[in-house]
Design a protein around this ligand. Structure first.
Ligand code: ZN
Length: 223
């Protein structure tokens, strides 16, 4: 008998290996948070504290949401039929200036993480403010997250040479937390100057950080 933590029995598995194999009627053993074995149902004698009957289920790797603003879950549906420029300048930015707080960001992020997990998303690549609260909410929910501190030109007050240092400090702080990573997030080409974008590229290289931005979100005035 082989001991593992979780055993899924039956079901079909989308392996995403080099051959993109789909294994039908297999069992899957998990130990220490990692897949230990996948084998034809009942062909090995595994014993687990938790056993899940996955018959008639399709088991896939977790989905990745490659672009989120998790706290904005609480703004869902608000003026969402307007052109981007009008939506941002007349509704979202004024609303954020009035309402965003650390509690708001934590609560809305917890809501967003829970909602994503319920739909199979296990990693979100987020862009917003108060990355500590978003990280903590994601940890509480048990979801992986890449957080970032959005840089928007008209709000940016720091020195260009210091871009990246806050994210690096955060990265060091969460170095031992497997669920959390962080990156640099210049918001968009229409909200960041060339100087800010160049400083972000240099900082990303200097601190070995990923970059996350709206590359082709929309063009102001075109809707
Ligand atoms: Zn976005």
């Amino acid at each position: 008998m082989i001991i593992c933590d979780v055993l899924l029995t039956g079901g079909s598995y989308v392996t995403m290996d080099a051959g993109f194999r789909i294994l039908e009627d297999h069992d899957l053993a998990v130990k220490d948070g990692k897949i230990l074995d996948i084998f034809p149902t009942g062909s090995k004698d595994y014993h687990a504290a938790e056993e899940i009957d996955a018959t008639n289920c399709l088991i896939t790797p977790g989905f990745i949401n490659a672009h989120t603003h998790m706290p904005m879950t609480y703004f869902r549906g608000l003026a969402d039929d307007l052109p981007l420029e009008k939506w941002l300048q007349e509704y979202i930015w004024p609303l954020e200036a009035r309402m965003i707080s650390t509690d708001f960001v934590y609560d809305a992020s917890l809501h967003a993480a829970t909602e994503m997990l319920m739909h199979g998303i296990t990693l979100a690549n987020d862009m917003y403010f108060h990355m500590g609260q978003i990280a903590e909410a994601s940890i509480k929910a048990g979801m992986r997250v890449i957080v970032s501190e959005a840089i928007i030109g008209h709000n940016f007050k720091g020195a260009l040479t210091e871009i990246g240092s806050k994210v690096q400090t955060f990265k060091d702080q969460y170095a031992n937390q497997a669920l959390v990573d962080c990156c640099l997030a210049p918001h968009a080409i229409y909200t960041c100057s060339r100087e800010i974008l160049e400083a972000c590229v240099k900082a990303a290289s200097r601190h070995d950080l990923l970059l996350h931005m709206h590359l082709s979100e929309n063009t102001p005035g075109t809707g």
